[in-house]
Design a protein around this ligand. Sequence first.
Ligand code: SAM
Length: 264
Amino acid sequence: MGGLMARPKVDYDRIAPEYDQRYAAGTNTLRGEALLALAVGLHADRILEVGCGTGHWLAAIGSVAQGLVGLDLSSGMLHQAQQRRGPWGLVRGYARRLPFEGDSFDLVFCVNALHHFERPRTFVHEACRVLRSGGALAVVGSDPRERGDSWYVYDYFAGTYEADLRRFPAWETVAGWMAATGFERIARVDVERIHDPKCGRAVLDDPFLSKTACSQLALLTAEDYAAGLDRIQVDLARAEARGQALVFRTDLSISMLAGYRAER
Ligand SMILES: C[S@@+](CC[C@H](N)C(=O)[O-])C[C@H]1O[C@@H](n2cnc3c(N)ncnc32)[C@H](O)[C@@H]1O
């Protein structure tokens, strides 16, 4: 493989206190159910979430495992996860160098985090190393290349879509890394569809429109962020002048790509 691709960094220590605003609407249960079903099917007792953030998904599957561990690079995010006081251990570390022995886990998963790892392919290798034979790696998230998806954030904030094409590996790429690393029975399933249109000025109350709510906006300069908000305001005013209400679309598919570690 070639050299490291420079990845823009989101400052999760700063975002941590507000991060869970994205879960306020309570629309994120299906991802948790898919992870739970996978864990139950594997009789997984030892589970690792990499890029666990504030522990939302640890809490979602906390009931099934005796040995649940969350790993994250951001101490601010880990502090939030700690505040939940759930049945899990927390470790600060890098996805590219998991601080665990081989055969430590039955299931390793990450949610909306792979595109933040500076070496996502190395993470796949590391997940393979720390899994037992037959254990599973599950990567949950989205791919901006997905046909049929739309998100008004990409339309109004210049450069966000192009940046995501650079940041997010395609599902096929991740599946290829898994196959080359020693995973088998690799399959992707759609686990959730986020359909959350905002009509007219309701868009201004969308929690995802805040600068710290998603990495696409957090990575923008203050000027570029303000310019995007201005574009929304201009379009709202124009539509209102015509007696129309604009619809701002959020229609995103969330998939889970899972593979099972082949026998050593
Ligand atoms: C978008 S958040 C997702 C958090 C959580 N999985 C969720 O879905 O709510 C991405 C997380 O990945 C973490 N992260 C970024 N780079 C990392 C790395 N190299 N190793 C481990 N964690 C990392 C960030 O600190 C952040 O908490």
